[in-house]
Design a protein around this ligand. Structure first.
Ligand SMILES: [Zn+2]
Length: 443
């Protein structure tokens, strides 16, 4: 019941101010399965997009693919009064010292920035991958259509850019095609470093890697659920932070986890037909993705992907063996499902870019008292704050209390020992920031 109240309040807030109340629903509707299909088909038609494949040809290889992606972003930009800043961001990798690099090459990402009107240096990022691979990742000439892995994520990113380019946002949105994923997450590492060097204030990265498969290798067919992977706490935390956690909690409340909860909740509210599934781990067991290099530098980042993978259709040469057809071909991609996951991205990019920044400092107190006290720094542009709490065993922020334009508050009758707490900032338009887990103690 309380869970329901928290949700209703958000809807009410969203629908009481200048923002068009239908914006989020319009965004969901505007995402086109057909355009995603066309984008995937074009990417597949480049034969292979192996990071080390041909860069000169206009029809085959990763060079042609990235030029086409750049053109796509530029075309979208032309239609929104040049609202996107489109450029290549690149880094050089060498064969020497890299087991999975067949020859020296530039790792080239295609970046499109939709500049925020109020917070131009705050960024929320959606990523897909340009590159693909066959059975042997070193084989850069054989066909590797990579329809699902990861033309689907790339196609969704282009489509989200098209849809969101019709709107203006307070924070910047970055749409990016990353390269070199299959050989060592090179593209993500390059862009994360670029962001750090340029002092980007990153809200988070939504990394899309395989968003089009609905028939699992186990035979399960499911076009409603998807996974949100997030690591528990940042790898950059200090020894002191680690020690304090033992006494004050936070084992499952890192910045990436809060981003995962944000996407989970927003999906539940606006796309109730979907079943988002939070997975409490960095990525699949022992496997990797392009959100990780961002996490490595202390940025929030999650992986969004299908629930049911099919391993005979990933990283495979196209062939038939014992009656099984191997290969990541377009016939296996479900475009309606890819559209749904693209919509999930688009509404979360929009919500985050329309919301004010989260409070940076949140202090909590209330040891041996019958109430919990909070103090936080006021956020410019926030008209109120939501204090969230949940049972320690719950994955979602189930209870909340809205407070208007204050920077401290006491929750009477709530005992600090029995719950986890957090605070989000709420904008004039009703959109809210991710939740901040307390990072300071008060008496
Ligand atoms: Zn892959």
């Amino acid at each position: 019941m309380k869970k329901l109240l928290c949700f209703t309040l958000l809807l009410y807030l969203n629908f009481t101010h200048s923002q068009n109340p239908n914006d989020i629903y319009n965004i969901i509707e505007a995402v086109s399965a057909e355009r995603i299909q066309n984008n995937i088909q074009t990417l597949v038609n480049f034969g292979t997009r192996n990071t080390f494949s041909d860069t000169i040809s206009e029809t085959r290889g990763i060079g042609a693919a990235r030029r086409w992606i750049k053109k796509k972003f530029e075309t979208i930009s032309n239609k929104c009064d040049e609202c996107l800043e489109v450029f290549y961001q690149k880094d050089f990798v060498t064969k020497e010292g890299n087991k999975r690099v067949p020859h020296d090459a530039w790792i080239v990402n295609v970046v499109a920035i939709q500049r925020g009107t109020k917070y131009p240096n705050r960024y929320v990022i959606m990523s897909g991958d340009i590159d693909s691979r066959a059975s042997n990742t070193m084989n850069f000439t054989i066909d590797a259509p990579g329809a699902n892995d990861n033309a689907s994520g790339m196609a969704g990113t282009i489509e989200a850019a098209r849809v969101l380019s019709k709107y203006k946002f307070e924070s910047s949105i970055v749409y990016v095609g990353l390269s070199g994923e299959e050989q060592g997450l090179f593209g993500g590492a390059g862009l994360a470093k670029y962001a750090k060097d340029n002092n980007w204030d990153i809200i988070g990265i939504l990394n899309n890697d395989m968003i089009g498969n609905i028939k699992g290798v186990d035979g399960v067919i499911d076009n409603r659920s998807f996974r949100i992977f997030s690591e528990p706490v940042p790898p950059t935390e200090t020894e002191r932070q680690r020690k304090l956690r033992r006494f004050y909690g936070g084992e499952v409340d890192g910045i990436s986890r809060q981003l995962a909860r944000y996407v989970h909740k927003n999906t539940k509210i606006y796309m109730p037909e979907m079943n988002p599934m939070m997975v409490y781990r960095l990525d699949r067991f022992g496997r990797g993705g392009h959100h990780r290099p961002f996490n490595d530098l202390g940025y929030p980042g999650i992986r969004i992907m299908e629930t049911h993978e099919n391993y005979t259709q990933q990283h495979q040469d196209i062939r038939e063996e014992n009656g099984i057809k191997y290969g990541d071909v377009i016939e296996h991609v479900n475009f309606g499902y890819a559209k749904k996951l693209t919509s999930v991205n688009a509404i979360n990019l929009a919500s985050l870019a329309w919301a004010p920044p989260a409070p940076k400092e949140v202090a909590i107190g209330g040891v041996v008292e019958p109430s919990v006290k909070f103090k936080w720094n006021k956020v410019e542009g926030a008209k109120g704050y939501k204090i969230y709490w949940r049972d320690t065993t719950s994955p979602t922020w189930d209870y909340c209390r809205y407070v208007v334009d204050v920077s401290e508050f006491t929750l009477d009758g709530i005992v600090i020992d029995n719950y986890f707490f957090g605070i989000a900032a709420i904008g004039d338009n009703g959109f809210e920031s991710p939740v901040v887990f307390p990072n300071k103690l008060m008496r």
